[in-house]
Every structure is written in C-alpha cells, then in structure tokens.
Design a protein around this ligand. Structure first.
Ligand code: ING
Length: 309
C-alpha cells in the first residue's frame, strides 16, 4: 500500500476586491483543517489567489498584470508555503504566472513536504477567445491574457508516486490524460474555475455542465487507471457564478468523495497509489494493447477534416 491522504481544498468565490492576503488566510485555514486529518497533500483550485479575472475585458496591460505573480513564492504566498512546511504537507495550487521574460501563463505548481516547488505546469488548452465578443453573455478571455503552456504534460516521481497536473479545460481533452498515462501517471491533480452557464448557449444548464465535468474526469481516470483530484473555485464572483463539483476519483473512475457546497470546503480521501496497478497491467496495459501505427492523425491534424467522398 502506497497511501497518500489527499485534501481537495475547494475555495468559494473570490471577489475582484478581495486581496491575496485574505485568500491566503482562507487557504491556510483549509491547510490547518487538512493537517488535523493527516493529509500528505492539499490541492487548491486554478487561479487560486484571485478572482477569475479572464471574465473581464481589459486593454491596459498594467491592469492585466496586476492579476499576475512575478515570482513564487512571494510576499503574499510565503505564509502559505511556511505553514505547509510546518505541517509537513505538500501543496498544489494555480496562479497567473508572469515570467522575467514577460511571458504569461495559467500555471500550477506542486511542492514537496518541505515547501520546495518540485513541479510546475502551464495550461495547454486555453478556452474562450482573445477579443471582446459582444455576442457572449459573459467574456472568457484566457486566449487574450495567457500563452498556451510550453511544458507539455509532465509526470513527476514525487511523494512516492507518479504525479501529474493539468488545469481546468485541459480535463476535457483526452490527449491531456493519455500523454500522462503514457508516463505511468498514478495521480492527476487539477484545479478548475468553470462558469455554470455557457456564454454561447443559454439553455445549457448547470446540470449539463456538471455532467460534462464528471464525464471528462471519470473517463480520464478510468482510461488511464489513475487517481484524480479536481478542485473548484466555486460560487458567485461579482455576479458571475462558478460551479462546484470538487471530487476525488479512483482509478476505476468511481467518485469516492465530492464537495457538497460552493464555499471553502475540504474533502479528503486515503488514496492507495497501488490501486492503479491492476488497470495498468490488464485492461489498460498500453504496451500490450495500443496500436500506435493507427493513431497518426492525433498529432498530424489539429482540426477535423471530413472525408471528400
Ligand atoms: N473554464 C471552463 C472549463 O473548461 C469551459 C471553460 C467550460 C469550456 C465549459 C468549455 C465548456 O471548465 C476554464 N477556466 O477552463
């Protein structure tokens, strides 16, 4: 048994006016609760330090960059890293990264139990659009404010297992999961900020959005025989509602824990990483069953092309 007790630390809404210090205090409260439950790792949402600012159309770069972190840890987050190291708990959370070279990514990091950052991931699949779109009921400008990630989908040997990260929209793309599956991933941690309404399809209700969220994650877990911890930022931010749905999913694709509300909420589960091995050695023994000679289109073609005849 290689058991990791994991805390999924859902955050409720963060308003535009909420400072990073207030948010970090909320994250530390969840961390203290996780310590009381013997957690080895605590996972926080995508863009965990601020409101989901890509919903706002901005033209002034200084205004945009105020939502980004220039270094990590930094003054606002140092107390979180110190508290985690004090508890001996590894943490993972998402934030907007502005590099020294002036590049901007939707990033997540993972630390070890001493508070050192051992892994970083930059969101590859950026949903939404780059210019203001008046046809939408709300804007979703991740393509405006971030570059696509340039690190691929790495898997790291840490905390005694093979751990990978992705972010929000990445979960909807099977390639995300399979690239990590091909690196023998045993645990995928991801954060998400998912509007509960479709800005282009008003009739799509929250129930359908929740269904698609779970469908994507449960499929990814089952088809790659991996644990998945998916953590929401939820609730209403300046009038815009984000869905909940924080879950822990086992390597069979079964939801073993789910948050009940849309506020700050910790759910935990003792994840036996050895439980991933059976699937990887039988039904999803990739080496025995996959036929890569037939998969070329997946990396040769971006968009779909219908047959000519
Ligand atoms: N949010 C949403 C997500 O992928 C979205 C955007 C929702 C795209 C539903 C398509 C369908 O969960 C982020 N931040 O990616």
């Amino acid at each position: 048994m290689r058991t990791l007790t994991i805390g999924a630390a859902q955050l409720g809404p963060i308003q535009k006016a909420d400072g990073r210090q207030e948010v970090v205090a909320r994250m530390i409260a969840l961390l203290d609760e996780a310590a009381g439950k013997g957690c080895d790792l605590v996972v926080y949402p995508e863009l965990a330090l601020t409101t989901f600012f890509p919903r706002w159309y901005m033209t002034d770069q200084a205004e945009v960059d105020a939502w980004f972190e220039r270094e990590m840890p930094n003054a606002a987050t140092r107390p979180l890293f110190d508290k985690a190291a004090g508890h001996g708990i590894a943490i993972s959370f998402g934030y907007a990264e502005l590099t020294a070279e002036g590049r901007r990514f939707n990033t997540s990091i993972l630390t070890d139990k001493s508070g050192s950052i051992v892994a970083a991931y930059r969101k590859v699949h950026l949903p939404g659009h780059a210019e203001h779109d008046p046809a939408r009921t709300h804007q979703h400008l991740e393509k405006r404010y971030f570059e696509p990630g340039d690190l691929g989908f790495p898997v790291w040997r840490t905390l005694g297992g093979n751990i990978g990260m992705c972010i929000c929209n990445d979960r909807r793309w099977p390639e995300t999961w399979r690239v990590m599956g091909l690196q023998d991933v045993e645990l995928v941690v991801l954060g998400f900020n998912t509007p509960s309404v479709n800005s282009q399809k008003a009739e799509e209700d929250g129930e359908k959005r929740h269904f698609h969220h779970l469908l994507s994650i449960q499929a990814g877990a089952y088809q790659n025989s991996t644990w998945v911890v998916a953590v929401a930022k939820a609730g209403t931010e300046d009038g815009h509602h984000l869905m909940g749905g924080t879950v822990i999913v086992d390597p069979d694709g079964t939801v073993v824990a789910e948050a009940q509300g849309e506020a700050d909420e910790l759910i935990t589960y003792a994840c036996d990483l050895d439980a991933t091995r059976f699937g990887k050695e039988t039904v999803f023994d990739f080496a025995r069953h996959r036929r890569i000679e037939h998969y070329g289109l997946i990396t040769e073609r971006s968009g779909a092309e219908a047959p000519s005849q």
